[in-house]
Design a binder for this molecule. Sequence first.
Ligand SMILES: NC(=O)c1ccc[n+]([C@@H]2O[C@H](COP(=O)([O-])OP(=O)(O)OC[C@H]3O[C@@H](n4cnc5c(N)ncnc54)[C@H](OP(=O)(O)O)[C@@H]3O)[C@@H](O)[C@H]2O)c1
Length: 197
Amino acid sequence: MGSSLGQQLAKSHQVIIGSRDSAKAKAVAAAIKGATGADYSTAARNCDSAIIAIPFSAIDLVSSLAYELSGKLVISIINPMKFEKGTAFYGLERGSAAEMLAAKLPRSRVATAFNNITAGFFKKPGGSRLDIVVAADSKETFDETAGIVRSIPNLRPMYAGPLSEAQIVERITPMMLNLAKRNETGSLAIRFVSQKE
Ligand SMILES: NC(=O)c1ccc[n+]([C@@H]2O[C@H](COP(=O)([O-])OP(=O)(O)OC[C@H]3O[C@@H](n4cnc5c(N)ncnc54)[C@H](OP(=O)(O)O)[C@@H]3O)[C@@H](O)[C@H]2O)c1
């Protein structure tokens, strides 16, 4: 998901791909025009805003980046999920990955976004408009995140409310995966339809 998002964002932003292994980051970045690669700490220090695209099981590593990410926008795309007999379940009893991330990054502005879209949608740009649900505690944090969402063609940011709404945003994803599987649709993304349209 990180490299797919990076590929789209590199068309309008300077992208740094982060990794635990700087050589791997550089190799991934070499395939993306205009992107560079670095270890997480260097990437966090040199960025203006960060997208955290790591598995939920690795979330603790973000604590080590708190200093480098202080004062910056940090977007969580993390969905805590578990799979049992081919069915996806949400992995937390309460709270959300985004709120856990915010607790680990007390001096960053944390939003959640891109939770309900799969990497495959970024590999085939074009098509119809899709909605990206964004939760953030302040208008400023939402606006910054919305700007990043809008910089990818056909994506519309939708304000879901404060970061506590990430509990709902993240929980939709396992349902979407199960819907796709049970109805044999291929990957699903969200498009809200308004009566005004
Ligand atoms: N895949 C999707 O379509 C999708 C859609 C929406 C949201 N998400 C969310 O986005 C996040 C990333 O998903 P993904 O499918 O891109 O995951 P992934 O390929 O399994 O992992 C992404 C990267 O996380 C890094 N990482 C850091 N610490 C790690 C650790 N302890 N163990 C394993 N990897 C670690 C790895 O990069 P390095 O080896 O380079 O460090 C890995 O390539 C997840 O939280 C997922 O819920 C995914």
